[in-house]
Write a protein that binds this ligand. Structure first.
Ligand code: GNR
Ligand code: NI
Length: 178
């Protein structure tokens, strides 16, 4: 197992589209394990491969209280959505930024599991939000893309300023190259 480096906004690599996994092999399983370890370490409730600079459609999620319900969704595709809900979201790739985002309240998602078997999941609540958030990442979309361009510009300035300030300190290893 290994911890992977998480890319931070406004890194343009976060806007790239992940490719579908063709064969669920040991390499894909290893990627998923490393992603889970990285997610738990962060800590976060989900992680998409795009965030760790891997352009494959792999997402890991654990929204359980005790962090003992890891899920891995390979080639996830939303085949049904229902209702509307707004939730305050954050993202490991956009640290310290939170915003209320409107999404479908319930989703049905098709995916492959770690054995390459197809599955279907019906989700609501936080799990539904997280699934939509991770699938967005795999398509190169961040939650802040739902905000107005003006708000997003303001956020970008704030993030860059914080990163610059961080670079002046000893703990600059998390900062994005400008
Ligand atoms: O850890 C995370 N928490 C979270 C909270 C509300 C809505 C979405 C999320 S996902 C986020 C982890 C992450 O960035 N996944 O891509
Ligand atoms: Ni995210």
């Amino acid at each position: 197992m290994a911890l992977l480096e998480i890319l931070h906004f406004p890194d343009p690599r976060l806007s790239r589209k992940a490719r579908p996994v063709e064969v669920v092999d040991d390499a894909v399983r290893k990627t998923a394990e490393d992603m889970l370890e990285t997610m738990y370490d962060a800590p976060g409730i989900g992680l998409a491969a795009t965030q760790v600079n891997i352009l494959q459609q792999i997402a890991v999620i654990d929204v359980s209280e005790d962090k003992n319900e890891p899920r891995c969704l390979i080639n996830p595709k939303i085949i049904g959505r229902d209702g509307e809900e707004e939730m305050r979201e954050g993202c490991l790739s956009v640290p310290e930024v939170f915003a209320h985002i409107k999404r479908a309240e319930r989703v049905t998602v098709e995916f492959l599991d770690l054995e390459g078997q197809p599955g279907t999941l019906e989700a609501g609540g936080l799990l539904a939000v997280c699934i939509q958030h991770e699938i967005d990442h795999l398509q190169g979309r961040l939650f802040i893309d739902y905000l107005s361009p003006l708000k997003r510009e303001r956020l970008k300035k704030k993030v860059l300023k914080a990163q610059k300030a961080g670079q002046a300190t000893a703990s600059s290893d998390q900062s994005i190259p400008l």
